[in-house]
Design a protein around this ligand. Sequence first.
Ligand SMILES: CSCCC(=O)C(=O)COP(=O)(O)O
Ligand SMILES: [Mg+2]
Length: 245
Amino acid sequence: MPLDTTQPGPTVQQPVAVIVCDLEGTVAPIDYVQQVLFPYARQRLAGWLQAHAGELRVAQLLADVAAEAGQPLDLAAAASQLLAWSDADRKIAPLKTLQGWIWQQGYASGELQAPLYPDVKPALQAWRAQGLTLAVYSSGSVAAQQLFLGHSSAGDLRPLFGHWFDTAVGGKLQPASYRAIAAQLRQPAVQLLFLSDHPGEIAAAREAGWQAIQVVRDGPLPPAVIASFAGLAGQLTRLPQPVHG
Ligand SMILES: CSCCC(=O)C(=O)COP(=O)(O)O
Ligand SMILES: [Mg+2]
């Protein structure tokens, strides 16, 4: 059955055990990812592959690219394929893995720093203080997620998060991915709250039985969405059984 993304969903129903956050467009501006992070990786992609060609992880990555492309590819052809996926913003695992590897040097040098919206850190801290568990579900690889939140404008936020999910569980528009995350968290779907800027992701999470609230960071605010994490203040109560990992 096609997902209906036009109907507003419910606001938070108690209790919530785990809040799962999207990253791009939800905790930080889309523009930073699209205009800074993706170009940073794109510009270095071919050179990085050449420089690291002898490494086992790169051999595995090239095999994954060839498998996704459905044909054998040498290093130059694989680089072209990865660039094409990058230009099309395809959420394909080998591209996401490679972007994470390339971003690592930018974060380490201080050239990259994720600019979080100012409401994010206080809200995350308040939710943890309430006993809620926090998780990330992003198309970026888990390594890239941890670099992003480990080198943010609000400092290293990794200790606040107990669980990290990328597209290894499936795509973010697929309800099955949210069922897989619920199974891994060993939580009833209704006790999971997903926060994302993407209406298709919100619809997929709801289809899987999750609570989900769209975060609209700019533009007019339709009903049943929030403009910042502060919009959830007072809606969440302490959970009976913390599951922070
Ligand atoms: C970990 S920051 C880069 C995120 C990324 O690569 C991406 O494609 C955006 O994914 P999201 O699911 O966070 O919207
Ligand atoms: Mg997003």
